[in-house]
Write a protein that binds this ligand. Structure first.
Ligand code: MN
Length: 190
């Protein structure tokens, strides 16, 4: 099957000053697109050709097929959970505050984890089989589906996610990202 770049569920200018249209032009239009294109070049004639994207992410061994498939999946999951600043019509699931002490404590722990991720990767809120929530850092294209964990929220901390707007200031990007999270989308993932 041929994988497609999902259309953003908002205009490129929608995320305002948190993530500029310039960032989205490159991050969605170039980086995300390139992972889709690479995956489509890699899988014809292989066992991955007929698998869903999620099945490839779960099963492919470390290597080019996994890296590109996971980067497609991760970026789709990231972009679909964003919205215009302050426009989320839902509040974060109360389960977050219940398990982390408060929503502020969760934010602090998430940002600390993301700031501490060395190099390129993703910080995830995940749920395990017992319903317990936790934070997981994954390097490069890493995806918690491979560990049997359910992804709830991810933030891209590759420099390409924030460099055009924040240069090297990852902490500032992380402080602002909370203004553009779409909790209607995220809450459905629990
Ligand atoms: Mn990215």
């Amino acid at each position: 099957m041929t994988h497609q770049l999902p259309v953003l569920p908002y205009a490129q200018t929608a995320l305002g000053e948190v993530l500029s249209a310039h960032t989205l032009q490159f991050h969605h239009g170039k980086h995300h697109q390139t992972y889709v294109d690479n995956l489509n070049k890699l899988i014809p004639g292989t066992e991955y050709e007929s698998l869903s994207l999620e099945a490839i992410v779960a099963k492919a061994p470390d290597g080019a097929v996994f890296n590109n498939a996971a980067q497609v999946w991760n970026h789709t999951f990231y972009f679909e959970a964003l919205c215009a600043p302050g426009s989320s019509t839902s509040a974060p699931c109360a389960c977050i505050a219940e398990q982390f002490g408060s929503f502020e404590a969760f934010k602090e722990a998430f940002n600390k984890s993301a700031i501490g991720l060395f190099g390129s990767g993703w910080t995830w809120l995940v749920k395990d089989g017992d319903g317990k929530l936790s934070l997981v850092n994954e390097s490069n294209a890493g995806n918690p589906l491979r560990k049997g964990l359910k992804p709830i929220l991810c933030v891209d901390v590759w420099e390409h996610a924030y460099y055009l707007d924040y240069q090297n200031r990852r902490a500032e990007y992380l402080n602002k990202i909370w203004d553009i999270l779409n909790w209607t989308v995220i809450n459905k993932r629990f």
